[in-house]
Design a protein around this ligand. Structure first.
Ligand SMILES: *Cc1c(COP(=O)(O)O)cnc(C)c1O
Length: 375
């Protein structure tokens, strides 16, 4: 059986975990957490990069820091993971779902303006499959209407838009280091932002509402409960695993990109015969091979293809059920405009196995199985 995903182990993960244990402090913000933050700050030229317990939690922090109030509206694609919406719903927001582009399956920037009302506070572009949204247009709209932009870059670590790392273009960027993502710590994430004036509130929020971070820097002589907060610090054990992966980011990225290219080149003939659609990478976008997907003719054909591959020992999966069609999506939000592509494209999409340890011969076996289905 070829799995859909397996978490990567590239080298020093276990050594660093053992070292974290030897250092004798397993809670958050120790040596390895600091190494990971420093690495992200330097590599992505991010003003601030805080390791969190998940991308969901990074999104929750962002929703709090942009000061979402009950009744405020937040614009996002319906074709996304539940956490993108959950984080804002927790603060009482109403979610305004917009349609996606059929090429990248990202938020259609041309539909954003029509979704804005006097209650709109933020736009949340989701960089699907690690391929950037049309950020120039989104940032221009946000500036014109004084809206905040929170990038859901869960899948976009090491991807770029016009030379800028994803997660560093909007007011806040959220990464995921979940086991299914390119770089992992089991469960984990990060919050990135530039604005220094947000730093203190972010630290307090992340540290249970206390000024513990200032205390450790010697800026106050005792730490106290000063505001609302939660606990968003991952353990050092997780951070140690992640740091070993960040150090080998090129190795992971190159391997994934070569598998992606193998799939992509091999399915050109099926696309030219009009049987499937392949992913599109727009001009100016550098992606990270987070995912390889194909689009079949329709739901019925996709269901048969998934079953066909399963019989051949290949585990392929579909992806998001559009949020606006789910019970919570109907309760907490509404779809703005026409659902031209969201439902249709989501029903056609099939994701093929894509992970660091996938062997080229396994990928070739999968490629042959897909060709046999269409023969
Ligand atoms: C994985 C993912 C998340 C959630 O990440 P966690 O780290 O599991 O909380 C959020 N948004 C998108 C688009 C994702 O792919």
């Amino acid at each position: 059986m070829i799995d859909f995903n397996r978490p990567a182990m590239v080298g020093k993960e276990l050594e660093y975990i053992a070292d974290a244990v030897r250092r004798g402090a397993l809670c958050g913000d120790g040596y390895y957490s600091k190494q990971c933050s420093r690495w992200m700050k330097e590599r992505y030229h991010a003003g601030h990069a805080m390791l969190t317990t998940s991308c969901t939690h990074a999104l929750e922090m962002a929703a709090y820091l942009v000061d979402i109030q009950p009744g405020d509206e937040v614009i996002m694609p319906s074709y996304t993971f539940v956490s993108t919406a959950d984080a804002f719903v927790l603060r009482g927001a109403r979610i305004v779902f917009t349609d996606i582009r059929p090429d990248t399956l990202n938020l259609d920037e041309k539909k954003v303006e029509a979704a804005i009302t006097p209650r709109t506070r933020a736009i949340v572009p989701v960089h699907y499959a690690g391929v950037a949204c049309e950020m120039d247009t989104i940032m221009d709209i946000a500036a014109a209407f004084r809206l905040k932009v929170v990038e859901d870059a869960a899948q976009g670590v090491e991807s770029e838009y016009k030379g800028k790392p994803l997660g560093t273009i909007g007011d806040f960027g959220c990464f995921s280091f979940h086991e299914t993502k390119n770089y992992t710590m089991g469960e984990g994430g990060a919050l990135l932002f530039h604005d220094d004036s947000m730093l203190e509130r972010a630290e307090i929020l992340r540290e249970k509402g206390t000024d513990r971070s200032r205390f450790f820097r010697g800026q106050v002589d005792k730490y106290r409960w000063v505001d609302y907060g939660s606990s968003y610090l991952p353990s050092e054990l997780n951070a140690a695993y992640l740091y070993a992966q960040l150090e080998e980011h090129d190795k992971i990225n190159e391997k994934r990109l070569s598998l992606w290219k193998l799939y992509h080149d091999s399915f050109l003939d099926l696309e030219e015969s009009g049987l499937v659609s392949r992913p599109v990478i727009p001009e100016g976008c550098r992606h990270n091979a987070h995912m390889y997907y194909l689009k079949a003719k329709d739901l019925e054909e996709r269901t048969r293809l998934i079953g066909w591959l399963r019989e051949k020992g290949i585990y392929s999966v579909f992806h998001y059920v559009p949020l606006h069609s789910s019970p919570a999506g109907q309760k907490f939000g509404y779809f703005s405009g026409e659902d031209r592509y969201t439902t249709r494209e989501s029903e056609r999409l099939i994701r093929l196995p894509m992970f660091y340890d996938l062997k080229p011969e396994e990928a070739l076996y999968i490629i042959d199985a897909v060709h046999a289905f269409y023969a």
